[in-house]
Write a protein that binds this ligand. Structure first.
Ligand SMILES: NC(=O)C1=CN([C@@H]2O[C@H](COP(=O)(O)OP(=O)(O)OC[C@H]3O[C@@H](n4cnc5c(N)ncnc54)[C@H](O)[C@@H]3O)[C@@H](O)[C@H]2O)C=CC1
Ligand SMILES: O=C([O-])CC(=O)C(=O)O
Length: 317
């Protein structure tokens, strides 16, 4: 049985993630961490969630704290703390403000929870994963970000809808930045186990339109309802179930790669990774030429934003 801690638990994503994670059978303890001053809200969340556990028959010990130090002994620590973007903003506009929060958080976790797996949700998530890796001192396998897993799920849903098949029949991946430079892997997309390009109807697929829909999905949801909650919340729970269940699923998350993809590496970015109780292990793979070119561009962009943020962090810390 496992202890899971959520940082930023008073936020939209954090509180819904608490609900989805509580359904995972391996979770025995869940700690909600918020900022000082938010004790009443956290207490209210615990009471409300406990009611849902009673109604559902869930047996999870729930507690709250305003200190990250109480995350000690956690198997997984999820970080949703930080500012979200407002309509009209790019995720990268949040980079420096959130990097300051993540650097401090990661330092504390590195000292107080050296065996935990740290899971970043805060945006821009690829850059935050790199910041957490540097400032926590944890091993690369212990740190990952939600990356392009949610983007991959969004594309999966569009493809399933187009072909009128159950989503479980569709396997697809988007790699690279969780942002504008993301790269769809059509070469790794199958329906019912059949490579999508082998289906005669593939030629009519509105590929560009689909990718544009995925690229702008977060922005559109934020414009319409203020924040994305249910998609990220369920995606977070999938990752937690995969880790705690030692499932060895291959999911597309932001992870540190050395040179696993066509020799490209030394960056934290969305790639397929095998995930189990020991953490996250990027899978070496070879791609089609156009996909490699797109991935290179995405890496170049993330490296530039990451380097800029690291430099500014050095100045203020
Ligand atoms: N990677 C992904 O796919 C997704 C990432 N996100 C990101 O997750 C983050 C949270 O999003 P929401 O829950 O919608 O935002 P929110 O504003 O509802 O919640 C933010 C949380 O962070 C905490 N926080 C803010 N500033 C802090 C600071 N200086 N120190 C400690 N805690 C602080 C708040 O108290 C609150 O608990 C954002 O950065 C958002 O962009 C959201 C959805 C999907
Ligand atoms: O778009 C945002 O800012 C939130 C997010 O990352 C997503 O839902 O993909």
């Amino acid at each position: 049985m496992a202890k899971v801690t959520i940082l930023g638990a008073t936020g939209n994503v954090g509180v819904f993630a608490a609900h989805t994670i509580s359904e995972i059978p391996y979770v025995s303890d869940m700690l909600l961490v918020g900022r000082p001053g938010r004790e009443d809200f956290l207490a209210g969340c615990c009471r409300d969630l406990s009611d849902s556990f009673a109604a559902r028959g869930t047996d999870v010990r729930l507690s709250y704290s305003t200190s990250i130090l109480d995350a000690k002994d956690s198997d997984v620590i999820i970080c949703t703390a930080g500012v979200p973007r407002r309509p009209g903003q790019d995720r990268n506009d949040l980079a420096f403000e959130n990097a300051k929060i993540i650097a401090e958080t990661a330092e504390t976790i590195g000292r107080s929870s050296p065996d935990a797996i740290l899971f970043l949700v805060t945006n821009p998530v690829d850059v935050m994963t790199a910041v957490a890796l540097k400032y926590s001192g944890l091993q690369p396998r212990q740190i990952f970000g939600l990356g392009t897993h949610l983007d991959s799920m969004r594309l999966k849903s569009l493809i399933a809808h187009y072909f009128r098949v159950h989503v479980s029949e569709v396997h697809t991946r988007i790699i690279g930045e969780h942002g504008d430079s993301m790269v769809p892997l059509w070469s790794a997309t199958t329906i019912g186990g059949i490579r999508i390009s082998n289906l005669p109807t593939f030629s009519g697929l509105p590929v560009q339109e689909m990718i544009e829909t995925v690229r702008t999905s977060g922005e559109a949801i934020i414009r319409d309802k203020g924040s994305t909650v249910y998609g990220p919340g369920e995606a977070i729970a999938t990752l937690i179930r995969t880790i705690l269940g030692d499932e060895n699923r291959i999911l597309t998350v932001s992870s540190y790669i050395k040179s696993e993809i066509h020799g490209i590496g030394d960056v934290c970015i969305g790639v397929p990774a095998r995930i189990n109780r020991d953490g996250v292990f990027p899978v070496p793979l070879s791609l089609e030429e156009s996909e490699v070119a797109g991935f290179r561009e995405s890496v170049k962009k993330i490296r530039k934003v990451t380097a800029g943020v690291m430099e500014r962090l050095e100045e203020v810390r």
